[in-house]
Ligand binder design. Sequence first.
Ligand SMILES: Cc1ncc(COP(=O)(O)O)c(C=O)c1O
Length: 417
Amino acid sequence: MPISKFQKRFTEESGIGRLMEDLGGALAGRKNILMLGGGNPAHIPEVQQFFQERLHRIVEDPVEFAHIIGNYDPPQGEKRFIGALVDLFNDNYGWKIGPDNVVLTAGSQSAFFLLFNMFAGEYEDGSHRKILLPLTPEYIGYSDVGLVNDCFTARKPTIEKLDDHLFKYHIDFNRLEINSDIGAICVSRPTNPTGNVLSDTEIERLSSMASQNNVPLIIDNAYGLPFPNVVFTNANITWDKHIVLCLSLSKLGLPGARTGIIVAKPEIITAIAKMNAIFNLALGSFGPALALDIVKSGEILSLSNNVIRPYYQRKAGFAVRVLKRELEGVEYFIHKPEGAIFIWLWLPGLPVSCEDLYLRLKARGVLVVPGHYFFPGLAEDWRHKHECIRISYAMHDTVVEQGLRIIAEEIKKIYGV
Ligand SMILES: Cc1ncc(COP(=O)(O)O)c(C=O)c1O
């Protein structure tokens, strides 16, 4: 059967496709698998209990139940939820946004598909533009969403080696220029896969470069501020007319609700709402319904700050301690865990590729993600790309510890330590 270019583009093997298959397979019952690969958030008991109770109340209220299950929401998203988000941002950060600054999407993954294709590709004036990723490694899920081949251009970071087997990436502003072929800039903060949190100063510099060059700065807050706030450093949230802030309810504990949120200027909001109508008709109502009360009351912030953040911060500390203990005798670096739910392990001079290491670990029942998938848009070859793996620490401590022990064993075998 002849295949269309669209089919070819979106059915070729992709990093995110492989990752989600690994994740689905592991969660669908392969009980012996140690799943340190996917980005599934932890099932935090307090969070689960909260949403379970909320769901009970919805089910028992016939009017609310009928509204959620039986109506299409508008393509911009559920109005009460959008109103509550607007109040939350204005009350807590002194912003002056209105409902025309917020649109919902079917998960934030879908937001990135729409935004990247909106700002990259061929423009009406015949020019071609790309999304600039000022710092790679960057989120694997961006890599394959472009309708055009060269959707991204990316820059290598500078590497700061810290004490005690830690390191940190920084944006290399000396190599960062915004030319006329850039349609938008994008960063995830905290960064998936590294757990890096760009400093307020880095964000300010990017923001002023974006505004001077009249291009949007897309900030992916999937793990960030103000919810779920899996951020272990002193970082602040900022918004302006040229900033497109993307949030999600997934890492709060609701990945099944598929709810993404965009805060941007009205022209962008209207465009995304129109695209939502074409691609989805309407957005799912469950996410907004489950989260409405806590957004209204502001409890989403205390849940994030007092339950979710400390939960992951403890787990990050645990994972780093175990890995350091197990990797004794090997030359390795761990990216300073400043947020998100991953350890980014760098093995300088690794004698096999990270893909080989992934396959060896998979054969031993441990799933991680090989690092080379996290460099979308980085044209130049860089050995570093093949020397890193991403390890999630969201699973139960015993699974994390067992997985890390096997990872270290396999690495030591490779190095002959
Ligand atoms: C950095 C980042 N952005 C966006 C997403 C997409 O999340 P969702 O579509 O569940 O909102 C993820 C998911 O893992 C992520 O890690």
